[in-house]
Design a binder for this molecule. Structure first.
Ligand SMILES: Cc1cc2nc3c(=O)[nH]c(=O)nc-3n(C[C@H](O)[C@H](O)[C@H](O)COP(=O)(O)OP(=O)(O)OC[C@H]3O[C@@H](n4cnc5c(N)ncnc54)[C@H](O)[C@@H]3O)c2cc1C
Length: 451
């Protein structure tokens, strides 16, 4: 593997693979180095009931222009579909539908006047607000002031607490603006439409990997970058678990908590910058069952004392027949690295997750459980705290030839497959590669640090 490449991409998740695709489509000679056995990172899937399923639930939004573009490029547009889904909220012993303004009016835990405040403040954030104004405003404080006390107590606060744990008070309203814009844009006359790929995201990954090979991109799995070789402030090479490689331009798409270990010996400044960025981990606890839990696809658990914040019933989105008649649900839990769940064994996680289900779904019985699957990642999302934009490192680093495009660059948007593709396009532009053919949607990613 000498340096006969215009670009080396480190990390074979969707950001790395999309970056490689854009560069190769622009005529560049590219290779991708991926540390694990399979490409795809957080998009990886496993076999269940004769089909593939994501380790971590995934769907797309109707306004996601970049992923729509990629799917068309790969010739799999016929596999993409959008469907209306049912949302719900669990609060104090009751499941409430949460799909329309009428549902909001039926939601008992919020006082009448606060329902208006909740609706109007959400509308303002999702449709009108400018995120830059709210970088230094803790979202929870703003909700207490503007969304009504009972709605913040019953919805925003418990949802923040379970999702952000010890960081709940530091989430800026700017991030909520990005999140709510995403959710509002995916609604048609009030109803949310979510997208998925027939056969799972594995279909997207397989098609992308095949296309990359067709374009001559060299794909190296089980090739973990272990250190950087820098001379005269220029990145000259990479030491991997397999061999040393000479490199020219190199784009790092790996989580910055791993990258900072590589930069430690070569750049104090860059390491210091990366050190400011922390990650949330996530556990997806997947239940295979004989019976469904409910009719709702996405249930937010807005209640104290539960070990998970969401129940996502895959088979209320994709028919159970696709999984040999098994009902499938994810229990989702984000965690800070300091929380106990970060170091729990799978058996401990199982003990934690299953019992509280009965509280939400009294008809649930452990006898209906056929199997469980547990997936854990330490890099599910960056901790976007107050004034996060100031922490975002430049794509072009102070080390000549070394570029970064990773989850922190998605801010103020929510990290997603679509936003990874936007990021990949922006990173290519910074490296002088044409990416003008990637259409713009509403993504706000890849703007900060990409001048
Ligand atoms: C619970 C959960 C739910 C989600 N839901 C959705 C959703 O509904 N819709 C949506 O669009 N997105 C969703 N996402 C987000 C989406 O999965 C991510 O935004 C996206 O996959 C990130 O891709 P990435 O390439 O930036 O990072 P990753 O997928 O983390 O890829 C990084 C890659 O770098 C590799 N690597 C690390 N270190 C090294 C090294 N030293 N050398 C070589 N390789 C290395 C890793 O093995 C990995 O493959 C979800 C994520 C989670 C965790």
């Amino acid at each position: 593997m000498e340096d006969k490449y215009d670009l080396t991409v480190v990390g074979g998740g969707i950001t790395g693979l999309a970056s490689a695709y854009i560069a190769a489509k622009s005529g560049k000679k590219v290779r991708v180095l991926e540390g694990s056995k399979t490409f795809g990172g957080l998009l990886n899937t496993f076999e269940i009931g004769g089909s593939r399923l994501e380790f971590y639930y995934h769907h797309f939004f109707t306004h996601d222009a970049e992923i729509n573009w990629l799917i068309k490029e790969l010739g799999i547009a016929d596999k993409l579909f959008f469907k209306q889904t049912l949302m719900g909220v669990y609060r104090k012993g009751k499941i409430y539908d949460f799909n329309s303004p009428l549902d909001l009016f039926k939601f008992k835990p919020i006082k009448f006047i606060d329902k208006f405040k909740f609706g109007l403040s959400s509308l303002y954030l999702g449709k009108m607000a400018n995120w830059e104004q709210y970088e230094n405003t803790p979202a929870i404080d703003w909700f207490y002031k503007n969304a009504g006390t009972t709605s913040t107590d019953a919805l925003w606060k418990p949802m923040h607490d379970i999702k952000f744990g010890p960081y709940a008070k530091e989430v800026p309203l700017a991030w909520m603006v990005g999140r709510l814009k995403q959710r509002f844009s995916s609604r048609k006359s009030g109803e949310e439409q979510l997208g998925y790929i027939e056969g799972s995201l594995q279909v997207l990954l397989d098609a992308l990997l095949a296309k990359l090979k067709e374009l001559g991109v060299q794909l190296f799995s089980e090739t973990k970058v272990e250190s950087l070789m820098v001379e005269n402030n220029t990145l000259k090479g990479l030491k991997t678990n397999k061999r040393e490689l000479q490199v020219g331009k190199t784009l790092f798409t790996i989580p910055t908590i791993y990258l900072k270990e590589l930069t430690k010996p070569v750049s104090e400044k860059l390491t210091e910058e990366l050190n400011n960025i922390e990650y949330f981990g996530a556990v997806c606890f997947i239940l295979e069952m004989k019976k469904p839990l409910s009719e709702i696809y996405w249930l937010n658990v807005a209640d104290e004392g539960f070990p998970f914040g969401g129940v996502i019933e895959q088979t209320n989105f994709i028919p159970k027949e696709k999984y040999n008649g098994k009902y499938i649900a994810y229990l989702s839990r984000y965690f800070a690295h300091s929380e106990a769940i970060a170091t729990m064994s799978n058996e401990e996680i199982k003990q934690l997750m299953v019992k509280p289900l009965k509280k939400i779904y009294p008809n649930f019985s452990e006898d209906d459980l056929l199997n469980v699957h547990i997936f854990k990642t330490m890099t599910a999302a960056t901790v976007c705290d107050l004034n996060f934009s100031k922490k975002i490192p430049n794509c072009k680093t102070e080390i000549e030839g070394m570029y970064l495009a990773s989850m922190p660059h998605i801010y103020p948007d929510e990290r997603s497959t679509n936003n990874s593709i936007r990021l990949a396009a922006e990173a290519n532009k910074v490296m002088g590669v044409d990416a003008s053919f990637v259409p713009y949607g509403q993504s706000m990613s890849g703007k900060i640090g990409f001048n």
